[in-house]
Design a binder for this molecule. Structure first.
Ligand SMILES: NC(=O)c1ccc[n+]([C@@H]2O[C@H](COP(=O)([O-])OP(=O)(O)OC[C@H]3O[C@@H](n4cnc5c(N)ncnc54)[C@H](O)[C@@H]3O)[C@@H](O)[C@H]2O)c1
Length: 308
């Protein structure tokens, strides 16, 4: 099948491309290389078509979606912090860019649109954790809002044009190739600083919790979504909350290094506690996360030691 991966030069996108190639699909990667890199595509660059372009440019998109069967839409402004500073920019990429894609394929023969949304930022501060897909979406950051609006447009295009879709709401993804100098991805940022003997910054008292899910588990749910006839929304997490202090303990255990912590003020837009109930993904797609945090952390640290 012909697959388009927007944001394919990014952290998750580059792993997803490898996974699609394993299943013998043809892949087109559309990316503006704003946070993604050519280096992320080193393993696969001879096997895929790379289109350098911005999802905010409707002309590039029209050209790129021709003859595509499956679209995996990952290109996004992904930093909560940046979305707080620059909500208009965040909306232009995450909302306008998504609409551009949807408009371009409204009357095409695309078999399914797989939209990687967010489970970590869409529910805000849910009263019941782990949060299921039935939890009310009450995002507290422009990033959470823009990803939710992208979902709503996708559902509108489904209602009007019959476009089949899967929305995946991942928890906090981590793993090799996540940018340690980026603004999202706390595990990668911490490991990058620890490797350089720099203190890590903890915003708040360290008791905030997240649900950390390994990148290969998320590529697996993307492929399962592609191969399923089910239309709908799926959380993708482990269901387990880990607070930052516990996370640092795991990092110290894995790296065998002492970690120097600097406590800073909490940041606006960051949620305090989240974990995702992914029972629906298990029931409908047969998916569950299979990589525990220590195993995934070891793989990520190995990559830091070998690659950086
Ligand atoms: N990393 C996480 O913890 C996490 C959690 C939940 C959901 N997600 C979602 O997963 C997707 C991938 O995130 P990631 O962590 O791989 O981030 P990333 O920044 O590594 O990847 C995003 C990619 O999109 C590209 N891009 C950005 N703006 C673009 C534009 N205007 N036009 C074309 N390409 C553009 C970037 O260059 C990059 O390659 C995003 O949609 C994000 O919202 C990520």
């Amino acid at each position: 099948m012909e697959c388009l991966v927007t944001g394919g030069a990014g952290f998750l996108g580059s792993h997803l491309i490898e996974r699609l190639l394993q299943d013998n699909h043809s892949v087109v990667c559309l990316d503006d290389f704003s946070t993604g890199t050519k280096r992320n595509l080193d393993n696969v660059k001879n096997q895929i078509k790379i289109v350098e372009g911005d999802i905010r440019d409707p002309n590039i998109i029209k050209e790129t979606v021709r003859n595509i069967d499956y679209i995996f839409h990952l290109a996004a402004q992904i930093s909560v912090n940046r979305s707080v500073r620059e909500p208009r920019f965040d909306a232009s990429v995450n909302i306008e860019g998504t609409i551009n894609l949807l408009e371009a394929i409204a009357n095409c023969s695309v078999k399914r649109f797989i939209y990687v949304s967010t489970g970590g930022a869409i529910y805000g501060e849910p009263t019941v954790i782990p949060a299921s897909e039935n939890t009310k979406e009450l995002p507290i950051s422009p990033y959470g809002i823009s990803k939710l609006v992208g979902e709503k447009y996708l559902q509108w295009f489904h209602n009007i044009y019959g476009l089949l879709y899967t929305i995946i709401r991942p928890a906090n993804i981590y793993g090799p190739r996540q940018d340690p100098l980026g603004e999202a991805g706390v595990i990668s940022i911490f490991l990058g600083r620890i490797k350089n003997n720099e203190p890590i910054e903890i915003f708040g008292d360290g008791k905030d919790t997240r649900d950390y899910v390994y990148v290969k588990d998320i590529t697996e749910i993307c492929v399962r979504a592609m191969n399923s006839s089910h239309v709908g929304i799926f959380n993708a997490g482990t269901g387990k909350q880990t607070n930052l202090l516990e996370l640092v303990n795991i990092i110290e255990h894995v790296t065998k290094l002492d970690v120097y912590k600097k406590f800073c003020n909490p940041r606006p837009g960051d949620v305090n506690h989240i974990a995702l109930d992914s029972k629906k993904a298990y029931e409908k797609l047969g998916w569950k996360s299979t990589t525990d945090l220590t195993t995934g952390m070891n793989k990520t640290w190995d990559w830091f030691l070998s690659d950086q």
